[in-house]
Every structure is written in structure tokens, then in C-alpha cells.
Design a protein around this ligand. Structure first.
Ligand SMILES: [Zn+2]
Ligand SMILES: [Zn+2]
Length: 615
């Protein structure tokens, strides 16, 4: 790479006797200094202004000021004419401001990846998008000169070595997981892609609730090296679901995978903070008051008509209790039922999905062509010009009360930025994208072999990231909800509707009289496995997974799935829950019960008696 040559040159210059260089007593203003560097002063300030739109942090950002001021940047052919240490030369001018330092790191990366003209083009395009018109004074060549000048100055940081190290790291990760590494990791993006990516980085860095999400493999190594050079504290990197790097913030998230279709995608997404009412506050825009009142008055009649249509469409026979219960849905609907209620006709999850989908259909249907549920994208919220209905779990993704499922119907439109949207969907509609969001089954217990299973926090997640991004899907304006669950270094991306419908199917275990803290002893050959949010369902025929999520309602919700029938532990000890699961054919038990909160899950369980006494 170019940097090795640069490195030796810089080494020579650093070692030159400083007396020979420090002869200048001339006052060197910006103009004079930049003329020595052969760069245009206006271009220099323009590049500095681009840098000010980004942020830099980490090791290189800390070292940049020093390197920019101290290391001469003269090229070999001008070395003889060089007048000495120059405090005000172009790079040291850049070292004086945060924007200048960030711009220098950006130029270092670009200068290593592209020829001068192409660097100029990228900087020119960035200027057009991020700077006010009056500050865009320089042409491609002038910007390219600045880029190369700064790149030379920082060459001793060794961007080439850095890139090589990142690529090696990525390849090792694929190698360790026994997979072939994608051949396109080191591709250099076209100028257009680089421009779009940098715009995404800039937007994500600018606002706290925005993140840039990258998935795929093409160019991944190159782009990771680029952002790690500029702002490593804002970068998170996952390789096939294993987190290999994480800064302080999840501003730029890379999910590197080796799938057939490795075309990389990236988008800027808004994060949705769970359990904060963020969703209704930020994304539902109320209409005018009077209109709202009329709407809620006319709602009742509209609803019962819609219900008949929906029932007919899905070929369901509403039972007499269910329909009146739904018809009272005016401001918010609370529907109380459990797995048992569905057993009468069909046990499959499809039945639950129908129910969920037609509640959403009340406000807006996906399309007037009647598609089967498989063909429709998984929705979690629908919105018309005046009202919006959404599953309450979207705002509060947790099991508060497993015996009730809530939908909120509110007056107001679904809004993102300056546009109205009709839907929130939980996976894009491209073939297989919903399927990708399924979890693997747990191959082994999260506890050591033969270890008794007791109420614990071991299976909880360490973070939940939910984001929304706009998309135009099958002619509809939709927001796509991304839901990423992390536990330690493992991450999974989930289909939120699957979680919600899984909760709808969840059956609470019958309560028992035993101490809830009493552990279940497991013989080594038993088919009982302790599991976690990453893989709540145990692998192996007839194996039963018990999620160790007794204290955390959010983790319990994230364990919900429709793929198997699940039992909620509730006020039941683990042993009795397992017995019930075996009898009734449940393959997963979600560990959690309101009373467990009163137990001490720490290492000493001496005061159990007292705790259960207060319960
Ligand atoms: Zn249906
Ligand atoms: Zn019991």
C-alpha cells in the first residue's frame, strides 16, 4: 500500500536534525504556508468545514494534532526548497480546529483508497450536500490537492496497515466460525457509494437518536477501517451474529455476513427507545381536535362493520365473546385470552397472526388484493389519514401481564420526518428477509452440565436496539422496524411481530404451592435445557428450554416465539412448570413470575423464607 512508502519518507523527515529545519523566522500566515503546500486556502477552509460536519474520537484523533503540526509534509522533490518547521502550514492550520482534525483523518482514509481526482470528487459532492452554497468555492482539483496534502502528513499513521489489520480480523472471525470468508470484504466502494455512506455517517453522528446500519459483506472491511480511523467510539461490528468490536455508542453498526447475496446495504435509522412512550410522542402526530372527536364517535359503527369484513376475509367464525369484546375497542383495546382460547379450533400460530392482522386491518389494509398472510409483510402498526393502531408492545416491549394483549388505537397519523406512513413492518418484503430473522435453537444449556436450574438472570439480554427506517414497499410508504438483541457478544436480529404474536400465544402455567425459588435438579441425560434470549428454544427432539429471565419482563418478551408452544412460568415453581409443559406439549418455558421479583436471585438465598412471607 501507499502508506509503507509514506511511512519511510516520514521517518526520514522526523529524524532530520531539527536545527536544519527550524531556521524559519518568517511570519507564516495561512496564505503563505498553504502556497508552500501547493494548496488553495479556500479549498483548505472548505475541507475544514466538511470535517466540522463529522466528529472524530479515539486514538488517531488524539494523535492527529501532534502529527499535523510537527511532521513536515513536503514531498521529496520539494524537500530542498523547504524552509523549515512551519507552524502555519496547511496541515498545522487544520490541526487547530476539531473540524480540521476530523477532515484530516477523512482525507487520510480517502487518499489511501482513491486517486487524487476521485478524492476531489467525493469532497466536492460532500460539500454540495453539507455546506451552504456560499462556502462551496473550490473545484475538484483544489479539493483533491488538499486531500493529498493532508494524507501525506498523516501517512505515518499507516492507514494501509490499519486496513490490512481490520481485514485480517474479519477473515479470522469467519474462519473461527468455520465459514468461508466473503471475497469482497476489501472492495473499494465507488465514489457514489462512498459519498452516500459518508452522508449516512454524518447524519448518524449529528443526532443522538440516529444510527447508520450496514449489512452485507461487500466493501465492509474498507468501510469499517474508514470509520474506525475517524470515530472508533461510535462503531459496533458484528460478524455473523457475534459482536467483535463495540465503542461507547452504537452510532454506526456493521453486521457483516456471508450470504449468497452479499450486496451491501446501509441506511440511517432512528432508534426507538423502548419503555419510554417515545413512539407515541415522536411518531404519532395528532390531527385537529374537533375532527378527532367526530372520529371517535363514529368509530363504534365503523368497527363492527369492519370486524364482520375481517372475520369473513380470514374465514374465521368469531365466537360470541370475542366479537363484542373487540367492538368496545375505542381508545385502547385490551383483549384477554391465552393459548387455551385458541385450542378449540386450531393450535397453529397462523390463527393468532390472523387475529393480529385483522386488528391492524381495522385502520388500514396492506393492499386491497387479498393476499395470504404469508405474502403480506409482518406488520405491527397501521395508520390511516386520521388514526393509528399499534400493538402496545411496540412501545413497551415487555411482559407486564401475560394474560392480556393490548393494542392502542389513537387519533393521529404515523409520521416520520416530514412524511406520513401507512405501516410499520417488521421485515422487508424481499424474499427470505423475514425468514432470516429466526433464531437458531440452543444446542446446549447455558448452565454447566448437571447444574440445577433455578430462577436467575443469566438468560437476560444486555441490550435491545430498536430502529425505524423509511422504505417504499410494494407501492406503500412503510417504516421498517429493526429489532436487535445483544447478550454479551452475541447478537440476533428479530422479527418483532413474531415476538408479539408469540406473546399472544403464550399460556401461563397453573400456579402451585411450592417455593418459587426452589431449583430443579437436572440429571445429565435429561432433555431440559436452561436457555437465554439469544436462543430460547432448545434444540433436539422433545427437549424443553427454560429461559433464565425470571427478573426481566423485557427479556421475557424477547423470548417469545411462535415457532413452538410456550408456557409462561407465572406463579409456579420450575419443577411444576416442567411437569405441565411435558403433559401439555409445550417446548419452551419462559422463566418469569411477578412474585419472583421479591426473591433474592443473588448467590445467597438464605432469606427466601422472609421474601416469600411478604408475598
Ligand atoms: Zn389471514
Ligand atoms: Zn411447584
Amino acid at each position: 500500500m501507499a502508506s509503507s512508502e509514506g511511512l519511510s519518507l516520514q521517518g526520514d523527515l522526523i529524524n532530520a536534525p531539527s536545527a536544519a529545519l527550524a531556521t524559519s523566522s518568517l511570519a507564516q500566515g495561512l496564505l503563505r504556508a498553504v502556497s508552500a503546500d501547493n494548496v488553495n486556502p479556500l479549498a483548505l477552509t472548505q475541507v475544514q468545514a466538511i470535517g466540522a460536519c463529522f466528529q472524530s474520537n479515539g486514538d488517531w484523533a488524539a494523535r492527529a494534532p501532534d502529527l499535523l503540526t510537527r511532521t513536515p509534509s513536503a514531498r521529496l522533490n520539494r524537500l530542498s526548497a523547504w524552509i523549515g518547521w512551519s507552524k502555519d502550514d496547511a496541515p498545522s492550520f487544520m490541526s487547530q480546529t476539531a473540524g480540521g482534525r476530523t477532515a484530516s483523518l477523512l482525507c487520510l482514509a480517502l487518499g489511501n483508497l482513491y486517486a487524487k481526482e476521485r478524492c476531489g470528487m467525493i469532497l466536492f459532492d460532500l460539500s454540495r450536500d453539507v455546506l451552504p452554497a456560499e462556502t462551496q468555492n473550490s473545484g475538484l482539483n483544489q479539493l483533491g490537492d488538499v486531500c493529498m496534502c493532508l494524507q501525506n502528513k498523516l501517512a505515518c499513521l499507516g492507514f494501509g496497515n490499519h486496513l490490512a489489520a481490520q481485514l485480517t480480523h474479519l477473515r479470522e472471525c469467519f474462519f473461527e466460525s468455520g465459514q468461508e470468508y466473503p471475497r469482497d470484504l476489501a472492495d473499494t466502494p465507488t465514489e457514489e457509494v462512498m459519498h452516500a455512506f459518508l452522508m449516512g455517517v454524518r447524519n448518524a453522528l449529528r443526532e443522538e437518536n440516529l444510527s447508520l446500519y450496514f449489512s452485507g459483506s461487500q466493501c465492509a472491511g474498507t468501510l469499517i477501517a474508514l470509520v474506525l480511523a475517524i470515530c472508533p467510539e461510535d462503531v459496533r461490528v458484528e460478524v455473523n451474529g457475534e459482536m467483535i468490536m463495540r465503542g461507547r455508542r452504537d452510532t454506526i453498526v456493521f453486521s457483516v455476513t456471508n450470504e449468497q447475496d452479499t450486496t451491501s446495504r446501509f441506511s440511517v435509522e432512528q432508534s426507538l427507545r423502548p419503555n419510554t412512550r417515545d413512539f407515541s410522542r415522536k411518531y404519532i402526530i395528532e390531527g385537529r381536535h374537533e375532527l378527532n372527536r367526530q372520529l371517535s364517535f363514529s368509530w363504534d359503527g365503523f368497527l363492527s362493520d369492519q370486524l364482520d369484513v375481517a372475520f369473513a376475509m380470514h374465514g374465521l367464525r368469531p365466537d360470541n365473546l370475542l366479537k363484542p369484546a373487540l367492538a368496545t375497542l375505542v381508545a385502547s383495546a385490551v383483549i384477554t385470552f391465552s393459548d387455551q382460547d385458541w385450542l378449540g379450533e386450531r393450535v397453529t400460530g397462523i390463527y393468532v397472526i390472523h387475529f393480529h392482522e385483522w386488528i391492524l386491518d381495522l385502520v388500514r389494509q396492506w393492499s386491497h388484493d387479498i393476499l395470504s398472510d404469508d405474502e403480506r409483510p409482518p406488520r405491527i402498526c397501521t395508520s390511516s389519514g386520521s388514526s393509528t393502531v399499534y400493538a402496545k408492545t411496540l412501545e413497551f416491549p415487555e411482559i407486564q401481564n401475560p394474560w392480556s394483549i393490548e393494542y392502542n388505537l389513537v387519533d393521529g397519523r404515523l409520521r416520520y420526518g416530514s412524511d406520513n406512513y401507512g405501516f410499520i413492518i417488521c421485515a422487508s418484503v424481499e424474499k427470505g428477509s423475514a425468514k432470516k430473522l429466526t433464531r437458531k435453537k440452543a444446542s446446549k444449556s447455558v448452565l454447566p452440565k448437571g447444574h440445577p436450574i433455578s430462577a436467575s438472570k443469566i438468560g437476560e439480554h444486555s441490550s435491545l436496539l430498536m430502529t425505524l427506517r423509511p422504505a417504499f414497499v410494494e407501492g406503500q410508504q412503510a417504516l421498517i422496524l429493526r429489532c436487535i438483541v445483544t447478550q454479551s457478544t452475541s447478537t440476533v436480529e428479530l422479527n418483532f411481530r413474531e415476538l408479539h404474536c408469540g406473546l399472544m400465544q403464550l399460556a401461563p402455567a397453573n400456579s402451585c404451592e411450592h417455593d418459587l425459588a426452589s431449583p430443579l435438579s437436572v440429571s445429565s441425560g435429561a432433555l431440559i435445557k436452561a436457555t437465554s434470549v439469544i436462543a430460547p428454544v432448545a434444540g433436539g427432539k422433545d427437549a424443553i428450554g427454560i429461559t433464565l429471565t425470571q427478573r426481566n419482563g423485557e427479556a421475557q418478551f424477547l423470548c417469545c416465539t411462535m415457532s413452538v408452544r410456550q408456557l409462561y412460568q407465572g406463579d409456579c415453581c420450575i419443577s411444576c412448570a416442567v411437569t405441565q409443559a411435558k403433559e401439555m406439549g409445550y417446548l419452551a418455558i419462559i422463566g418469569g413470575s411477578p412474585s419472583t421479583y421479591l426473591l433474592d436471585l443473588g448467590p445467597n438465598l438464605n432469606d427466601q423464607e422472609q421474601s416469600s412471607g411478604t408475598a
